[in-house]
Design a protein around this ligand. Structure first.
Ligand code: ATP
Length: 347
């Protein structure tokens, strides 16, 4: 059996003549946790809604286990959705909210009871059956919404910013819980968020989107360590993105200095984006290092200091556990491996 459970092939979507999705293709494998990540308006929700059957693409194909999914109405797909707004039935208790879909399908009462109990156990809400949903906290309501989705035993669960309404501490706890739940259930999760940290924490693979197009697909490590363009680098974590010129293989000029790098295959004198992660820029005593700069500001961020260092008219963000006070002249160095060269993309 093929590993692929969902395949999008050249999917485009127009709303009122505007391209919202532009020729996107990707495959999601069984039991995978895949996150669609990107800024507001990039088309994440539209992609999810097409998979869920709430929207039809203007062009392209969507396959489920190798068969056309678009021909099936939403309720016939083995797919359930959890939204940010929990959309629970306020006049029903927890049990009836979770049992609703099974009752509609005329499932036998004793089977429903067993399945609801199982689902409540999975979301850590055993014993809450008779509670009114409106009396529950946001986190508990979201668990009920998840239980209501998994009780139908879908093969794929779509989650659209499901933790967006929760406070930061609860969100972090729920991220870990959701990931564990997904592993235990063996269901494929397709998760939408604009929060890069959330995506890096939970996903097996991340699809980074911008303006209706896929920018990169890869594991969290790939996306963080090997961003394919300046958009991905900028969106995933803090980055210094500088203009540079590739002199030749392994030689690049930026900040008025020639650096050795590990990239090759660019044109001679090609203008490129140079990406430096803040933790990879090393500060040295004045007159050491490759170039000289001046510390403009420094703030404590919990684990490290974040300093802004001005050099050659450019501000660099630098992370270090060693504080340099504002006003301190410093040397700056970067090792070749930490200099990432990217092709310029059209803005
Ligand atoms: P967010 O994180 O803000 O939800 P998103 O990446 O999920 O953003 P979408 O909700 O997919 O983005 O929206 C993509 C674009 O399509 C937006 O510009 C949005 O205004 C537009 N759009 C979405 N649904 C419709 C609709 N039914 N009619 C017209 N335009 C729409």
């Amino acid at each position: 059996m093929s590993q692929a459970i969902i395949e999008l092939k050249n999917v485009s979507k127009k709303f009122d003549g505007d391209d919202v999705l532009n020729n996107i293709s990707f495959t999601i494998n069984r039991h995978e946790f895949v996150t669609l990540l990107g800024p507001s308006g990039c088309g994440k929700t539209t992609t999810l809604r097409i998979i869920g059957g709430f929207e039809t693409p203007s062009e392209g194909e969507v396959l489920f286990e190798g068969k056309d999914l678009l021909a099936l109405p939403s309720h016939k797909r083995s797919i359930n959705t959890v939204f940010q707004k929990y959309a629970l039935f306020p006049h029903m208790n927890v049990y009836d909210n979770i049992a609703f879909g099974l009752k509609v399908k005329k499932t036998e009462k004793s089977v429903i009871r067993g399945k609801v109990e199982e689902a409540l156990k999975l979301v850590n809400l055993s014993g809450y059956e008779r509670r009114n949903v409106e009396a529950l906290s946001g986190g508990q309501q979201q668990r009920v919404a998840i239980a209501r989705a998994i009780v139908n035993e879908p093969k794929v669960l779509l989650l659209d910013e499901p933790l967006g309404a929760l406070d930061l501490k609860l969100r972090k706890e729920m991220q870990i819980e959701l990931k564990r739940m997904q592993q235990r259930l063996g269901i494929t999760f397709i998760y939408v968020t604009h929060d890069q940290e959330e995506a890096l924490t939970m996903s097996d693979r991340i699809v980074v989107m911008n303006k209706g197009q896929i920018q990169q697909i890869g594991s969290p490590e790939d996306i963080y360590n090997e961003p394919q363009n300046a958009f991905v680098a900028g969106f995933i974590g803090d980055s210094n993105i500088l203009d540079g010129v590739m002199l030749d293989d392994f030689r690049v000029v930026f900040l008025g200095h020639e650096f050795e790098c590990v990239d090759k295959g660019f044109g001679k004198n090609e203008i490129v984006d140079v990406v430096l992660r803040p933790e990879d820029v090393k500060l040295k005593p004045q007159n050491e290092g490759m170039i000289q700069g001046l510390v403009k500001s420094a703030i404590f961020k919990g684990v490290h200091y974040e300093m802004v260092v001005e050099t050659e008219g450019t501000s660099l963000i630098v992370h270090s556990t060693h504080l340099r006070e504002p006003g301190t002249p410093v040397g700056i160095s970067v090792v070749p491996f930490d200099i990432q060269i990217m092709k310029k993309v059209a803005p």
